[in-house]
Design a protein around this ligand. Sequence first.
Ligand code: C2O
Ligand code: CU
Length: 463
Amino acid sequence: MRRRDFVTSALVGALGSGLPRFTLAMSSADQAGRNKTHYKLTAELATGEIVPGQQTTIFGYNGQFPAPVIRARQGEVLRVEFHNKLTQATTIHWHGIRLPNAMDGVPGLTQAPIEPGERFVYEFTPPDAGTFWYHPHIHSIEQLGKGLVGALIVEEQQPQPYHDVIIGLKDWRLNPDGSYLPLSLPREAFRAGTLGTVATVNGQQQPTIDVPAGKVLRLRFLNMDNTRVFNLSLGKQPAQIIAIDGSPVAAPRTFDQFAAGAGMRLDLAVHSPNEIGKEIPVFDMKGRFGREIARLRTVDGATAPTPNHSIQALPTNPIAKPDLADAETLNFVFEWQGALSPSNRHGDVDHSFWLINRRAWEGEHGAGPLPEPLARLTLGKSYVVNLHNATPHHHPIHLHGLIFTVLQSDKRHITPYETDTILMEKNERAQIAFVADNPGKWMFHCHVIEHMKTGFMGYIEIS
Ligand code: C2O
Ligand code: CU
């Protein structure tokens, strides 16, 4: 499938003004608080061309891959009327958004599964601007693996001087004829996870993405893959990191390489060359060698080049600063059961292979009782959390409903930054902190989807 203007497939209207609003750039700032962005979204089976010339049955938001890019504005209501047209239950989780617990999209924890044919209205006001994404939180290996992943962009209240470029990364487990390979192999699920065979960027293999010449680009990388860590590089092209996992960094950081685990995002500011036809390759690095995954090519920028001034920090999001002097300490240890066989005696996958504080949960308890939370936190209190990855694999550890600050690590130098996911290296110890200011039950899990489905999932409860 080709890139299209997906916005036209969503019903976007500014209720209150009565004016259709196809992009938020058309919204006027004086209406802050009254605007509502309205989308209609379905999940449905569709046919996609992931392997050129071959047909693959996908699960598509609005029947599309890539999914529609949802654009909301910081501090304004986003309403998504969702209709499940699949033959299995689903939900939508808004990854990285600090929202009311009931809108978090976790079946059995925050809402009932949305059954086939059912509708559900998600409505919330994103407090933070940035690069976020959306995906189901049920049958995740299959639903994310077959295409239910999409970008959610929350625009800053003030327009930013960037030209936006979305770079959505997702691998597919396909044969050359477009049919699916098994989405999960037990022996891989118990290591780093089962990698895809077909790498797509915005739905295409190694695409060339047109960008305007002579502008400051905001490259929004989204790792929406189930498994892969992308070691992103632009080769010799200078770039600045302006946001990590949606959260602006306090001061732009010189970009060299960035390891984006599953679920993670990276925003880079890049001055595109003034000349037309110049190309900037995008690499996924393996050691010193890069695999090119896409390239940017300059086209006529239509207006005069943006002066080559220095890149400014994005406006900060209203994240409460943890009070480290008065914080309570929590400890989370991530372990594995070094079982010889990753499947049980019936040949089924072992759902308790990965452990958080000695407990495993695959997150879909169905009829069973909800397990106890990993920890109970007091609303409004600050917490310092010691994370210890006691396994020989990396894990992108994600917390719902809150943004945390990464303070330190025993493996690398950390300049503190805010995020919703931390990629823990093997045997790494890291320290994070946050204010428990959002009440509810919040998932805490590894974003390697097979890891979370084989135990690496739990939740904390804030009240
Ligand atoms: Cu993308 Cu439970 O998260
Ligand atoms: Cu993991």
